[in-house]
Design a protein around this ligand. Structure first.
Ligand SMILES: Cc1cc2nc3c(=O)[nH]c(=O)nc-3n(C[C@H](O)[C@H](O)[C@H](O)COP(=O)(O)OP(=O)(O)OC[C@H]3O[C@@H](n4cnc5c(N)ncnc54)[C@H](O)[C@@H]3O)c2cc1C
Length: 371
């Protein structure tokens, strides 16, 4: 049996949840399909740039019962542990995705979003004659809808089904996340380099900290396990050795993902409006993938709410997205070349120490204006 919907959103991370909330709040009928069940952990550094703070506060989209750390300083160390710090112009705050996504899920339900969780989207096809989409789900149901927003993150089986070219390219990166208790500074986001990657640490709610690193698939293969790779590679940076040996680890095991790809992607794919990481992933060192996911979710919803015809909606979204994000992703890709190798990270440290103006310019060019 086919079920008819007005708008279907595929994926309930920040981008999908914000689109769903914005559309439903403005009276649209929205169904969001998420393959997992809230609340759940994800690999993410959990530092949210203050670009998004004004919007989140205005819409009451931040949990008020959690004490969230305000983060105002940046600490950088090269692979040898030489460090430099500088104040952040805009700054951010820390919150676990476990809490944040679950809070947004509940806020979206309050404004009338219909959720299908624990359900995966297998296929999406657009039918020009009928001017609608058909969506096949893992529970064997078929849904039709006028609009589809693709918010299924950096990598999904759907990318393969939709023949998106980046999916065929292997990526050298893995991502690993922990929650810990430690005695680091709660108002600092640190980025510690090691051969093959970099590791972020910042405070989140409840006196906890997030440790999250972008590492190398080859290093993991060489050392055979996450633990051995950490001991042999990450711990060469004394900051990381201290962090890993002196912290209390809170999760049963680390969250791990692979195939993290920073290639440019198409913004509209067979009339599906792509948002968040599904539209393009900024390198994590920039610390604003979440703010971008939130803002792209918002502008996709606003494009649909503009009540134009399909090509008008798609054109408006693409124009706005490029204006806001295209340059940042490019600068982020180039900046990442300075991280995760001995010589280049030492150079990056010297650059930050001796020319803080340049470091600030890079930060400015990878971030947007508060919205
Ligand atoms: C190592 C690392 C560290 C990072 N650190 C930070 C940081 O500190 N600060 C920051 O701002 N950003 C950070 N980012 C980036 C940030 O995590 C992402 O930009 C952000 O999560 C994107 O949100 P999203 O909604 O696009 O995707 P996601 O949050 O990934 O959500 C996508 C959702 O789609 C669902 N899904 C996928 N396929 C299907 C399907 N077929 N059917 C149904 N559901 C589906 C998934 O289950 C998932 O819930 C980091 C990224 C990495 C890799």
């Amino acid at each position: 049996m086919s079920k008819s919907n007005s708008i279907i959103i595929v994926g309930g991370g920040l981008a999908g949840l914000i689109s769903a909330y914005t559309l439903a709040k403005n009276g649209r009928e929205v169904t969001l399909i998420e393959k997992k069940i809230y609340p759940f952990h994800r690999v993410c550094g959990e530092y949210v740039s203050n670009e998004a703070l004004g919007f989140l506060k205005r819409e009451r989209l931040i949990p008020s019962d959690l004490e969230l750390p305000a983060i105002e300083n940046f600490l950088f160390s090269d692979t040898l542990g030489n460090s430099v710090s500088l104040p952040l112009d805009l700054g951010g705050f820390g919150i676990s995705r476990y809490e944040f996504d679950d809070f947004l899920f509940n806020r979206a339900k309050e404004v009338g979003v219909n959720f299908l969780t624990g359900t995966q989207v297998f296929d999406i096809n657009f039918y020009a004659k009928e001017d609608h989409f058909k969506i096949e789900l893992s529970d064997s149901s078929i849904h039709t809808s006028k609009h589809v927003i693709g918010a299924f993150g950096k990598r999904s089986k759907l990318d393969k089904v939709l023949n998106r070219p980046f999916i065929e390219k292997r990526s050298p990166f893995i991502g690993v996340k922990y929650h810990v208790k430690t005695d680091e500074s709660r108002n600092t986001v640190a980025l510690h380099n090691f051969e093959g990657g970099y590791c972020g640490i910042n405070a989140i709610e409840d006196d906890k900290f997030n440790i999250c690193y972008l590492g190398s698939r080859d290093q993991l293969r060489t050392f055979g396990s996450i633990e051995e790779m950490e001991k042999n590679v990450l711990w060469k940076n004394p900051f990381l050795k201290k962090l890993f040996t002196e912290s209390e680890f809170l999760l049963e095991k680390p969250e791990v993902i692979n195939e993290i790809n920073f290639e440019p992607k198409k913004l509209v794919e067979n009339h599906i409006i792509m948002t968040g990481d599904a539209a393009g992933l900024i390198t994590p060192l920039c610390g604003n993938g979440m703010a971008m996911a939130i803002q792209s979710g918002k502008i996709a919803a606003e494009a649909i709410l503009s009540n134009q015809d399909r090509s008008g909606i798609e054109g408006k979204y693409e124009e706005e997205w490029k204006k806001l994000f295209q340059r940042r992703l490019w600068v982020g890709r180039k900046t990442q070349l300075l991280f995760g190798a001995n010589k280049s990270s030492i150079l990056a440290g010297k650059l930050i120490k001796n020319f803080p103006g340049i470091a600030k310019m890079i930060l400015k060019n990878t971030h947007g204006k508060p919205f």
